[in-house]
Design a protein around this ligand. Sequence first.
Ligand code: AMP
Length: 220
Amino acid sequence: MSRNLNLIFLGPPGAGKGTQAKMIVDKYNIPQISTGDLMRAAVSSGSSMGDKVKGYMAAGALVPDDLVVEILLDRLSGDDCRDGFILDGFPRTVGQAESLEKALEKRGMKLSGVVAMMVPDEALLKRLTARRICKECSASYHLEFLKPKVEGKCDRCQGELYQRKDDSEEVILNRLKVYHDQTAPLIDFYQKRKALYTVDGNKKIEMIFSEICDIIDSLN
Ligand code: AMP
């Protein structure tokens, strides 16, 4: 690839950021960086960072900016991010967006674009309560609309599927509230920077993917 592709996928939990990011990874060969995945890995490893973040995650609250920014910037220094990256689930507050902006500027890097996926809350609740995730590759399935070929097994890597603890109805409702209060203001933030591209996340996965590819191909 001859140009850097530094992307952000913005949207509420369950909007399809992770699903679309995985498809973009395959097509454009840039890594997906999910702060949720990075922190779940920290929790599973029992590291001190994991201990610090697990209470927030279990409640569906945001992990404090300084901790998430530290994890994210460390990951962005990886060699595999040289040609670009897709941020999935980061930034989630204006403070995080400002830290990212400063960090990219310092590294002589620039955002290529922010893709915002819009889905109504009722649809998100239905998606998330029936969501199952692969333990190995974090691919996402739905018990009704996106069933795996073999029950309980990932189509991509045969990993075991599980339900995330924070995909319970009570925690989802809190995550949606947190999204509207703290993350939705980023739509305005990136609109002001003329970096925002909006897609309807309530369409078929392939159709959304095609729209996102058109957006990416139009970026310079
Ligand atoms: P996700 O996998 O993106 O849905 O994230 C799961 C949980 O991880 C969230 O509910 C938060 O507790 C935490 N988290 C992930 N990304 C962030 C972020 N950028 N800022 C704060 N907390 C985050």
